[in-house]
Ligand binder design. Structure first.
Ligand SMILES: *[C@@H]1O[C@H](CO)[C@@H](O)[C@H](O)[C@H]1NC(C)=O
Ligand SMILES: *[C@@H]1O[C@H](CO)[C@@H](O)[C@H](O)[C@H]1NC(C)=O
Length: 432
């Protein structure tokens, strides 16, 4: 009897092992929100209490979920102005310019930590957390939350392991055979590539170093008073910056490269994919069911607006699609005139439901890591049109691994796309 009681008490103690978690995912973009919501879902399922800093609040409430709304972040980082198809096509801005990215994202992080709702949270000395999980996007300022709440810091990285993130918990990767995440090359590198990669690493460090006074000032301004209120002294930013205890990476060996990882980097790529896929809305379900010759799903993600594709290219793509036996489902924000019978336009698409459908045969994507991981999960080959960020690297790896093709965004796109679609659909590869 006594033994039974002890066992029951032990089980109860075990069940009570829930934490209060501060989840910081402030980047205004659908894909970043998907990553954040993945954490929310898993943590709530495990019984933890979650405070979620987000620009896109979740609709379903939960007794253990509190959301801190930072939706004004959409004004701080106007992603659709930064990343649009015309800027790429006409080389208006070099999207590989990481100094520009570093600068913008540091300003952005500063805006987030000074947001009135965030300041209200940290200035209240009654607020306590057991751990902070923060999404790293070129800035480490969020590390200050762990100083405020005197708790461990967990980084979440949205890309494949790379020098910039590993540097925070371990050390940079060897640039002789590990490409920077904005590079458009894969090893083996030429001598010039190796020099270039080494220079990128040094240049990034130097630029970060030049930002140091600015960052220190931002860090102190945002966090000093709330740390002082709790009777402690704010440690120097450079010590907090490298003090992350763990890094959870939205990466997977199936989509990335085999690199030497420290034990506190844990790959959790694919965690955002829900085990239960929501049923499709009736109109989409009908389109999917009617696609007897298979369906091609075309989506450039949530940040890139298809409307910024030049009219000429849209026309050529439509002509190409009209010649296919397959049905084409194009996620596009506006109606197009003269739509071929086999092309359907939807302004919004539940991507998981579409990829999960047995009639889906091919996914044309910008090559964001979430889309790549989803296509791997559902076994759908891809055609990648990389635009910005790590998309070139992701697609190059897809091609290397053999589950897709790459087509570049230029005036030849329709011709290249035609070849790629035929190769993928008509030349089935056997799995070796
Ligand atoms: C670093 O993290 C540990 C563990 O969370 C903590 O005890 C320590 O105070 C932190 N140091 C700094 C400088 O933030
Ligand atoms: C379309 O389907 C027809 C009949 O099944 C077939 O003969 C034709 O080759 C197909 N066309 C393409 C482009 O696959």
């Amino acid at each position: 009897m006594i033994l039974k009681i002890i066992v029951i008490i032990l089980i109860l103690i075990n069940l009570c092992g829930a934490y209060k978690i501060l989840l910081v995912f402030p980047v205004p973009g659908r894909s970043h929100a998907i990553l954040g919501e993945g954490y929310v879902r898993h943590l709530l399922n495990d019984g933890h209490e979650v405070t979620y800093i987000t620009p896109i609040t979740m609709k379903n409430s939960h007794p253990k979920l509190r959301q801190i709304d930072v939706s004004t972040n959409f004004e701080l980082m106007p992603t659709d102005i930064l990343f649009n198809i015309k800027t790429v096509l006409y080389n208006e801005r070099n999207l590989k310019d990481f100094k520009f990215l570093l600068y913008v994202t540091t300003e952005f992080a500063n805006g987030t930590i000074n947001h009135p709702n965030v300041q209200r949270l940290i200035e209240d000395p009654r607020e306590k957390f057991d751990v902070v999980i923060a999404e790293w996007l070129y800035s480490e300022l969020y590390a200050g939350f762990s100083s405020v709440f005197n708790c461990p810091l967990i980084w979440s990285s949205s890309m494949e392991p790379d020098s910039m993130v590993l540097d925070l918990i371990d050390e940079a990767l060897n640039p002789a055979y590990n490409p920077h995440h904005l590079s458009d090359i894969l090893p083996p590198f030429s001598f010039f590539d190796r020099v270039n990669e080494l220079w990128t690493l040094i240049d990034t460090k130097m630029f970060k170093w030049r930002l140091r006074h600015r960052e220190n000032r931002m860090f102190t301004t945002a966090f000093e008073s709330s740390v002082t209120k709790r009777g402690r002294r704010l440690p120097p930013f450079n010590e907090v910056r490298y003090n992350g205890s763990l890094m959870l990476g939205n990466s997977h060996i199936a989509s990335g490269a085999a690199v030497r990882l420290p034990r506190n980097y844990v790959q959790i790529g694919g965690y955002h994919i829900n085990e239960i896929i929501d049923p499709l809305p009736t109109n989409l379900q009908n389109i999917m069911e009617d696609a007897k010759n298979g369906l091609i799903y075309f989506s450039m993600g949530s940040i890139l607006k298809s409307r910024s594709i030049p009219t000429e290219i849209k026309k050529e793509l439509l002509t190409l699609f009209s010649k296919l036996n397959q049905t084409v489902l194009w996620k596009f924000e506006e109606e197009l005139p003269d739509l071929p019978k086999n092309v359907h336009i939807v302004p919004w698409a539940p991507q998981l439901g579409i990829l999960a459908h047995p009639n889906c045969e091919l996914f044309i994507t910008h090559g964001g890591l979430l889309s790549i991981l989803e296509s791997l999960h559902f076994g759908i080959p891809v055609i990648g049109i990389p635009i910005y960020g790590d998309q070139h690297l992701n697609i190059n790896r897809v091609v290397e691994k053999g589950f897709g093709k790459r087509v570049d965004l230029n005036n030849e796109i329709a011709t290249q796309m035609d070849i790629a679609i035929k190769e993928i659909l008509n030349e089935p590869r056997t799995v070796e």
